[in-house]
Design a protein around this ligand. Structure first.
Ligand code: G6P
Length: 359
């Protein structure tokens, strides 16, 4: 087992570090096929994403990308709900995009089967080659992340986001919804994402030190807007899964509609705030939390955020449409070190399974 971990103490840490390569493989592995798949789905204006867990968060990023680039307004539904609520709402004019690392999650497979029965077109985004999801789907895109052993998804998530980005760009190109020059820029930006992730990984030691400081905290809040919102959800999920610390991911706009009541002195609020459309709005949300004594941990490329933050995790500059791939990485590392510092085995969290094959 030591050999398989390639010198890392846990599979999760190894898999976090494999992300630059995994993202490169996802890009190269899909380059030849993405245009054909985009062609096949371009005619569908009813798009429903179904997924569970971390893959559900990828679906939320997919929704954001489809909105911004392909000008589609997809629905994102937990696969476990889809079966019961969408039976009469799906037909042969519907495209269902199922996202599943394992390709074996029972709820997701059930949703896919229902969609097929109703005549919908089903596209699966899957990591495990030949898994059940690939057999049900009409079309499959692989994430090419390689085997993931740690229960908490890491490289399979960032590669799902990579594939979704490629698909949204290609759809936008086919539909003519966005300036093609900008699409080319985004494509070149995506090529550089592995290097940006590499750069983030070099800051692991400071994230471990931050984890030392945070290890006795009881509650964490993660806030974001736009594509930062799913990142907040995923950051909170990683923390819950492996450190067993209570964490909530929130849309920052919702803060003042309830969660602010929970903020006390020193409660960590992790704010995901890349440059982009909602940067200034996020600053106001951070100030709201700060005024209640929260400990603000900001992730941003903008130095000025240190004015309103206790800790600024300095991020590389990246287009906001690509930012979710890069910004989740420090959150994975933080959760990993918090788990280890609290004496947990991050590879085998209690009560959880890598793949949930019962509904
Ligand atoms: C389990 C795993 C999660 C994963 C979810 C969905 O709950 O512990 O890490 O995100 O299943 O899995 P899938 O294979 O469908 O992506």
């Amino acid at each position: 087992e030591m050999a398989e971990k390639a010198g890392y103490p846990h599979f999760m840490l190894k898999e976090i570090h494999e992300q630059p390569k995994a993202i490169r493989d996802a890009i190269h592995g899909n380059r030849g096929i993405i245009s054909k798949v985009a062609e096949e789905i371009a005619g569908y204006d009813r798009v429903i994403f179904v997924a569970m867990g971390t893959s559900y968060h990828a679906a939320l990023v997919g929704k954001y990308l489809f909105q911004r680039l392909a000008k589609r307004i997809p629905i994102v539904e937990e696969a476990s709900e889809f079966r019961y609520e969408f039976e009469d709402l799906v037909d042969d004019g519907t495209l269902v995009i199922a996202i599943t690392q394992s390709g074996e999650t029972a709820d997701t497979l059930a949703a896919m089967k229902l969609a097929k029965r109703k005549g919908a077109k089903v596209l699966a985004i899957v990591n495990v080659v030949g898994s059940m999801a690939t057999r049900i789907a009409d079309l499959t895109l692989y994430t090419h992340a390689g085997p993931e052993i740690g229960v908490a998804a890491t490289k399979t998530y960032t590669t799902q986001l990579t594939v979704l980005t490629m698909l949204a760009i290609e759809l936008a190109r086919k539909l003519g919804t966005v300036d093609p020059e900008y699409l080319g820029e985004l494509e070149r930006g995506l090529e550089l994402v592995p290097d940006l992730v590499e750069d983030v990984l070099t800051h692991e030691e400071s994230l471990r030190e931050l984890a030392e400081e945070l290890k006795d905290k009881r509650d964490f809040f993660y806030i974001g807007r736009g594509a930062g919102f799913p990142t907040a959800l995923e950051g909170a999920l990683k923390l819950k899964e492996i450190s067993y610390i209570h964490a909530e991911g929130l849309s920052a706009g919702e803060l003042k509609h309830g969660p602010l009541a929970l903020l006390e002195d020193g409660v960590p609020v992790v704010a995901i705030n890349p440059s982009g459309k909602v940067f200034d709005k996020m600053v106001s949300n951070i100030e709201e939390a700060r005024a209640r004594g929260a400990m603000i941990i900001s992730l941003s490329d903008r130095e000025e955020l240190s004015r309103v933050s206790d800790v600024l995790i300095k991020m590389p500059e990246v287009d906001e449409l690509l930012s979710s791939i890069v910004y989740v990485v420090p959150l994975q590392i933080l959760a990993y070190h918090l788990a280890v510092l609290r004496g947990n085995d991050p590879d085998k969290p209690r009560n959880l399974a890598k793949s949930v094959t019962v509904e």
